[in-house]
Write a protein that binds this ligand. Structure first.
Ligand code: OGA
Ligand code: ZN
Length: 373
């Protein structure tokens, strides 16, 4: 605690947080401040006195503060809750943080799929997905449409002009190179869309070819390596808007984004990369010289075997990955060897995070109930 009119909370590691009076006032949880059912605020916090101060701070019991504000309002606060909230960064929220990986990732996160997983199992899938950016489910029935059922377990489907579900197989007159037998270099899907689809699921129904290996690269790991070795190139890619474009008879989609998108705290937020579809604006000669050098450095690393993992998607395998962090691709295959048929869909990024928090809350509630029993 600071002076009588200041709240300073200390962490176990000794670091101290001085808590702004308005920041605290907006977090009052008494029934006059929030609706207990929705936990939504009942007053517009911009109406609070801009010079609001604390007039009394007491600690009725360890870990709990009772605060009297200069507007006459009084409320209690749990120190641990306030410290947890103070620790949030723009990107981390409160879910497991990304654990960056490269081509040495020995054990791929594989899970035996079940239609009715227990909550602990579901949480472990989510944990793998949130830390590594992918999960490979095995034993998913090879029925058309299963990819949508799996997607619905984790979030809401993002329908696009390719449909709620898209078939990935080599077809004549393909409207996307994905629908040929050509190799696909590491890319993120649909950078020309606003917003970009957050998560992609690809379910293998048939694979009778020897090629067509799936590749994945942790774009955050590659961006981080670039940041360390070539900070200048990193800064250029993080600050150059690039226009992505998709065109067919029924659609013409464009969106601009830097290849490496940072959040306001300077942390990695998303990678947008598709060398089939990117068009940098006509900047001055020197700026473009620098951009092309930087893009080349980034692309060379994205394609380098030291960052990529490769695996064969067998019939019944389904890979779910973060399309804002990982880049995916495949090796070429020979369609005369047989059929290769995947079905894909997208879901929004926030689904798995929401589910992770809900499961965590249920776990905390049930262990509190057990303790009090
Ligand atoms: C795609 C894609 C990969 C594959 O459909 O976007 O990249 O393995 N497919 O065919
Ligand atoms: Zn793709």
């Amino acid at each position: 605690m600071g002076g009588p009119n200041e709240l300073v909370l200390e962490r176990a590691d000794g670091s101290r947080h001085s808590i702004h009076p308005l920041w605290l006032r907006e977090r009052c949880r008494d029934p006059a401040s929030i609706d207990p059912q929705t936990q939504q605020r009942l007053q517009d916090p911009s109406d609070f006195d801009i010079d609001l101060a604390l007039v009394a701070v007491s600690q009725p019991q360890p870990g709990t503060y009772r605060i009297k504000f200069s507007d006459g309002h009084e409320a209690s606060f749990d120190a641990a809750e306030i410290l947890a909230e103070a620790a949030l960064t723009p990107n981390s929220h409160d879910c497991p943080a990304p654990r960056l990986w490269d081509g040495t990732l020995a054990e791929l996160p594989r899970a035996r799929w079940r239609a009715d997983p227990g909550e602990a199992e579901l949480s472990s899938w989510l944990e793998a997905f949130l830390t590594l950016g992918l999960v490979i489910f095995e034993g998913v029935p090879t029925e058309p449409g299963m990819v949508l059922k799996l997607g619905a377990m984790f979030g809401f489907t993002r329908e696009t002009n390719f449909g709620a579900l898209f078939n990935v197989r080599s077809t004549p007159n393909a409207n996307d190179l994905a629908y040929t037998s050509l190799a696909l270099d590491p890319h993120t899907d649909n950078p020309y869309r606003a917003p970009v689809p957050g998560i992609q699921l690809l379910h293998c129904l048939v694979n009778e070819t020897r090629g067509g290996l799936s590749t994945l690269v942790d774009g955050f790991a590659v961006a981080q390596a670039l940041r360390e070795r070539h900070p200048q190139a990193f800064a250029i890619l993080a600050s150059t808007p690039v226009r992505f474009r998709y065109i067919d008879v029924d659609a013409e989609l464009t969106a601009s984004a830097p290849l490496i998108e940072l959040d306001l705290g300077g942390d990695l937020k998303a990678i947008h990369f598709s060398p089939r579809l990117d068009f940098v604006p006509l900047f001055a000669r020197e700026r473009l010289d620098a951009y092309y050098r930087a893009r080349r450095l980034f692309d060379q690393r994205l394609r380098a075997p030291d960052f990529a993992i490769r695996f064969l998607l067998k019939a019944g395998d389904l890979v779910m990955f973060d399309n804002c962090r990982l880049l995916h691709g495949r090796t070429a295959f020979d369609p005369s060897e047989g059929l290769r048929h995947l079905q894909g869909c997208y879901i929004d990024s926030d689904g798995p995070r929401s589910l992770y928090r809900v499961l965590r809350r249920r776990r905390a509630l049930s262990s509190a109930v057990r303790r009090s029993a």
